[in-house]
Design a protein around this ligand. Structure first.
Ligand code: ATP
Ligand code: MG
Length: 605
């Protein structure tokens, strides 16, 4: 390819909307163009990258025995109703774009494909002899994200590889899940990404075990907690840890005391020489369900702890399973409550806040569901709000409150906490970009969509399922987020838009042009992905563009062309090798062959 024909439009300044560096570099290098919020055109350079990422994914998926297919993006509502996800995915903050066709039938644009694939499996698979089966596709997904941002990282239209596997029993599902885990590790390593596999929340998809693959980057939206011994890593949404021990507090009598204006844990602790671990705090939420009334929730945590809304949502989903999926969990705003006549002594709430406090608030039926986090439940005596303004209460134990609470783990593990597997190990925090996610779905979708088979013993059973996603477009941008410098991108050879750029320093010098053309031809003949920059631009402009585009190897045909010499350098290292042009291919090709399996030119040439 010649740079002349590349429609190369590079920008000097980062675009205003690009908050993170990878987004800036991709736009400045002309790899992507924004069409609308969260919707991007992949320009030819980006498309080359994406095709290489896809090729790596295909090779590794095929190696697991998975079969490629392509499912429709447009999907009938009926299928999603059968799995019970239509309302969850379209109502409220639902992310599924949906529409009604000319016959008045409802359709959605696929954010994911469990429903479609499971219904096909139900039609096609009859016997255990056809199992296991694994099917995958590389396809556009649509999600009406609440906050599309960071370019391809969180798009509303993006490319995903999704795979679904079907098994006769759980053991076989586990075997294949491990096999996919290994395939994922190879894919990310081959794409040049530094990735950490972490335990994950299964979210709205549901199911048992799930693991995310996090590309380590400060710009990542996820927080990963891990132990240095490498034995534990989890998304904070799901992480567990040992909380710091609480300072003992002896409470002999149940009594109230004055705390004028002391509406925060800090203020109460400072005024009364208490430690936050000797107090409890109360949070109020409204949980909205797919098939039932809203539920007021009162959550109690130890004063030094933070609530984990993902854990709380999961807990509510289990406790009130008959109301279907939790659509939303909102903090109850005191203003709203007071507008409805609720009497709330904010800053002085206690775990035994009366249900009367929320009478008259629309949408609620009945009183609070009271949940107490284990950190608070384990306290013998504690201090809490007295449900009266400017007063707190010393409580000698939970029985003194004469109410029943459901005990659950709803706290957020924090960096610095001790690990459950080894109390001497401590959790540290790292930010990550979720580039992949694998799930053991179990039989949730196969049961809902009647995807059953005849087992060896003759019984009819729902199939065991796994599903496995990779954010292809997100992964490509994550590679830039991990690999750039002040001058632009630094692509790993395996997914670079071009492996080598041959730059003619001075396009008016006949000898330089001739030698560059010759090398360009030889490199192409040797199967190298090479770009020839023969534009009539100043050398400085071409070098700057080459840095910006991040092509891993650069051959400069300059002044020394007259004596048959060229310069070879890598994108990331400063040193330059001056060599006879005839040596270029024998020197370069073996290195490229190695690096195509993953990685960069070693520093230096
Ligand atoms: P997130 O938590 O980031 O919203 P998710 O958990 O909803 O992602 P999955 O349903 O697990 O995403 O989808 C599989 C993969 O698709 C993710 O691991 C991620 O790499 C990618 N992905 C998900 N949403 C987007 C998006 N809006 N833009 C680009 N890639 C995405
Ligand atoms: Mg996920």
């Amino acid at each position: 390819m010649r740079a002349q024909n590349l429609l190369l439009v590079t920008l000097r300044e980062p675009p205003a909307e690009a908050e993170i560096l990878s987004h800036q570099w991709l736009v400045r290098g002309g790899f992507i163009r924004r069409v609308a919020s969260g919707i991007y055109a992949y320009m030819p350079l980006m498309w080359r990258v994406l095709r290489k990422v896809e090729a790596i994914i295909r090779e590794e998926m095929d190696a697991t025995g998975a079969l490629e297919l392509r499912l429709p993006a447009l999907q009938p509502a009926e299928l999603w109703r059968r799995s019970g996800r239509w309302d969850t995915y379209t109502d409220g903050e639902g992310i599924m774009f949906n529409l009604t066709d000319r016959q008045g039938r409802q359709l959605g644009l696929g954010p994911t494909h469990e429903e479609v694939i499971t219904s096909l499996a139900a039609e096609l698979i009859r016997s255990y002899r056809q199992l296991p089966v694994s099917l995958y596709q590389l396809q556009t997904k649509f999600r009406d994200e609440i906050r599309p941002r960071f370019g391809l990282m969180r798009g509303r239209e993006f490319i995903m590889k999704d795979a679904y596997s079907f098994h006769a029993d759980e053991e076989d599902l586990r075997r294949y899940y491990d096999c996919m885990d290994q395939a994922y590790r190879r894919i990310f390593a081959r794409c040049g990404l530094k990735v950490l596999a972490v335990q994950a929340d299964s979210g709205a998809i549901g199911g048992a075990a799930s693991q995310e693959f996090m590309a380590i980057a400060d710009a990542g939206e996820d927080l990963v907690l891990s132990s240095r011994d490498g034995r534990y890593a989890a998304n904070q949404e799901r992480a567990q840890s040992l909380p710091p021990p609480s300072a003992p507090l002896k409470v002999t009598a149940d009594e109230c005391f004055a705390t004028p204006g002391q509406a925060t844990i800090e203020a109460v602790c400072a005024a009364h020489h208490l430690d936050p671990t000797q107090t409890v705090k109360v949070l109020l939420h409204r949980a909205c369900f797919a098939d039932g009334p809203d539920q007021p929730v009162l959550t109690v945590l130890r004063g030094d702890q933070e609530v984990n809304t993902v854990k709380l949502t999961n807990t509510l989903g289990h406790l009130l399973a008959e109301r279907g999926t939790v659509l939303a969990l909102e903090r109850l705003e005191v203003d709203t409550l007071q507008d409805h006549g609720a009497q709330l002594p904010v800053g002085f709430l206690g775990p035994d806040l009366s249900d009367d406090a929320i009478q008259g608030v629309p949408g609620f039926v009945g009183g609070f569901l009271r949940i107490v986090d284990s950190t608070a439940a384990d306290l013998a005596g504690f201090v809490c709000g007295a449900n009266v303004p400017d007063r707190h209460r010393r409580v000698p134990g939970w029985s003194a409150l004469k109410l029943s609470f459901t005990r659950a783990d709803v706290r957020s593990a924090q960096p610095g906490d001790r690990c459950c597997h080894d109390p001497k190990a401590v959790l540290t925090a790292t930010r990550g970009i979720e580039v992949g996610h694998i799930f053991q779905l179990g039989r949730k979708y196969s049961s809902a969509l009647a995807a059953c088979f005849n087992s060896e013993s003759g019984a009819t059973e729902p199939m065991w399922m796994g599903c496995y996603g990779i954010g292809v477009s997100r992964l490509a941008q994550a590679a830039v987020e991990q690999n750039h410098d002040d001058n632009g991108m630094i692509w790993p050879v395996s997914i670079a838009p071009f492996e080598v750029v041959v730059t003619v320093a001075n396009g008016e010098e006949q000898e330089q042009c001739r030698l560059a053309e010759q090398l360009y031809g030889e490199l192409r003949a040797a199967g190298v992905d090479v770009l020839l920059d023969d534009r009539m631009e100043r050398a400085g402009v071409k070098f700057k563009d080459a840095d910006l585009l991040g092509i891993p190897w650069r051959v400069v045909v300059g002044r020394n062309a007259a004596r048959g010499h060229v310069e070879l350098k890598t994108r990331s290292a400063k040193d330059v090798l001056d060599m006879d042009a005839s040596q270029l291919l024998p020197h370069l090709i073996p290195q490229l062959q190695r690096q195509r399996r993953g990685g960069w030119p070693e520093t230096g040439v």
